[in-house]
Design a protein around this ligand. Structure first.
Ligand SMILES: [Zn+2]
Length: 197
């Protein structure tokens, strides 16, 4: 223990993912010794983010306003809708630069064993959106996990009456992956989803 206020700072830093006591202490010491001004700016940014960032009313990703920048961008393709589990997935796909359509964030995946059912996700809102908007392709980009697959199947079942083309992200060999180290389920899917070159 250095001082009670120092300890309090270290304790609060540890709420961040992958930050244990040692890292939290290093962060606190760095802020106090070299970065006091930036520390105050950081505290302000945290305050603003926590009180002002909300959920986009259209896609349920994060937004400063009622509608997020992606939903209000008129240059994006209205006819493609990509369904993801979380705002982190939106960020990942945006960073890939490979997609210019719209998004819809479910807020998780179906997991009956953990008590997460359809009514706990934004599935009703998704169906309403499909009914009210002309969408030519629904891309189900939920995780490549059992729960992610289950969620994709569940949605494709109810979405089928509203959208003709429903696709799923291809699954297979990661970039730089050697075949001999890829598990057989992934290899199986890679063979099924093979594409022309
Ligand atoms: Zn949005």
């Amino acid at each position: 223990m250095l001082t009670p206020k120092f300890d309090q700072l270290v304790k609060q830093l540890q709420i961040l993912p992958s930050v244990g006591q040692k890292s939290a202490q290093r962060m606190a010491l760095s802020l106090l010794t070299k970065k006091r001004e930036q520390g105050v700016i950081l505290a302000h940014a945290l305050q603003v983010a926590m009180s002002e960032i909300k959920e986009c009313q259209t896609c349920h990703s994060f937004s400063d306003d009622d509608i997020c920048p992606i939903c209000s961008d008129t240059r994006r393709n209205d006819e493609q809708l990509c369904v993801v589990e979380s705002a982190a997935d939106v960020m990942a796909i945006e960073q890939s630069g490979a997609y210019r359509g719209r998004y819809f964030v479910l807020g998780g995946h179906l997991s009956p064993l953990d008590g997460i059912n359809a009514e706990d996700l934004h599935i009703d809102e998704l169906i309403t959106r499909l009914k009210n908007t002309a969408i030519s392709e629904l891309i189900l980009a939920t995780g490549a996990t059992v729960e992610g697959q289950t969620t994709a199947f569940f949605i494709s079942d109810i979405a089928r009456t509203h959208v003709q083309k429903i696709t799923r992200l291809a699954q297979g060999i990661p970039m730089g992956g050697e075949l001999e180290y890829v598990d057989s389920l992934t290899l199986h899917q890679a063979l099924q989803n093979r594409a022309f070159i």
